[in-house]
Ligand binder design. Structure first.
Ligand code: FE
Ligand code: FE
Length: 308
């Protein structure tokens, strides 16, 4: 893997990287991961952020801003934990050395994401994370795991597609929004998201490349994989994801209004000041990115027809 793709200062943002780069498992084995991640992205950032960035007092004070970040990061920590465990099945079933090595690195990446999100919630002043989001986990993550884990355990290529297209592809744009919206309020949190986003570019592009190559070599699997994707997307539509994210965005909005002075004229995306945005607008943008991400990934693996 080219060093600049994982370098803190030169790596592309998550959406650009995941939609425009092509990386294969052969590009992202253990040796290249050691150079790119422990000795690259993570150099000096073992907690996911520059240690000089401590949590500011306005983030530790009880209130909607702290609650918004705590709920968001606790939820994502649990999601990362579940992903790390399920991905271990892909290590076990990987058909080649390259795919085994790649999934071994992804297991470690996700376990590390679970750690940095969890530790940041603790740094905000909470004792633990599970009680904060037990309801959201039961409503969203448990049903996703019930769908995904058996697939990942029993069907390698189905599992590759499940994690890269159905789970990470749908969740990644929320991470991009998080990095942008927390930047002026909690720079350490924004760095945690930036680092996780750099890793996510690898997960999404390599997962898609493995699926693309497999489906080219085994066209007889196309129908099965396409129907798996449709089932996964149908499941999303039955889950209260919009409501869960909306509750967090409303808390964020209350905090944003209280701390507008800290945010100033910071732009959340080009031409749009964060302080002028609404929960609905931010959420609609993330949902639009999600749709674009899924469509670009599906087109790349040659299953555009599964998008509808
Ligand atoms: Fe992750
Ligand atoms: Fe990931």
């Amino acid at each position: 893997m080219r060093a600049e793709l994982a370098d803190w200062d030169t790596a592309p943002n998550l959406l650009d990287g995941a939609m425009n780069l092509e990386l294969t498992a052969e590009d992202c084995g253990i040796r290249s991961w050691l150079a790119a991640v422990p000795q690259g992205t993570l150099r000096g950032r073992l907690d996911g952020h520059d240690p000089a960035l401590t949590v500011p007092a306005h983030m530790r004070a009880p209130g909607p801003l702290r609650d918004a970040l705590a709920r968001e990061y606790a939820f994502r920590s649990v999601a990362e934990d579940k992903a790390a465990r399920a991905l271990a099945y892909l290590v076990a079933a990987a058909p080649t050395v390259a795919t085994m090595e790649f999934y071994a690195t992804q297991v470690l990446d996700e376990a590390r994401h679970a750690m940095v999100f969890r530790n940041h919630v603790l740094a905000l002043g909470f004792d633990e994370i599970t009680a904060l989001v037990a309801d959201d986990v039961a409503a969203v993550l448990d049903p996703l795991a019930e769908f995904s884990v058996p697939v990942m355990r029993e069907d390698f290529i189905g599992g590759v597609v499940t994690i890269a297209i159905i789970l990470e592809g749908a969740l990644a744009p929320t991470a991009e929004l998080a990095e942008r919206k927390w930047r002026p309020l909690d720079p350490a949190a924004a760095e945690i998201d930036r680092g996780a986003g750099i890793d996510e570019i690898r997960h999404l592009t390599v997962g898609a490349a493995i699926a693309k190559r497999h489906l080219e070599a085994h066209p007889e699997d196309r129908d099965r994989v396409a129907s798996l994707i449709r089932d996964g997307m149908r499941l999303w539509t039955t889950l209260p994801v919009h409501e869960v994210v909306h509750r967090r965005e409303v808390l964020f909005q209350q905090g944003l209004e209280r701390h507008a002075d800290l945010v100033g004229d910071y732009e959340v995306w080009p031409g749009r000041c964060l302080v002028d945005t609404t929960p609905e607008e931010r959420q609609a943008m993330a949902e639009e990115w999600s749709r674009e991400m899924r469509e670009s990934r599906l087109a790349y693996i040659g299953l555009a027809e599964a998008a509808s």
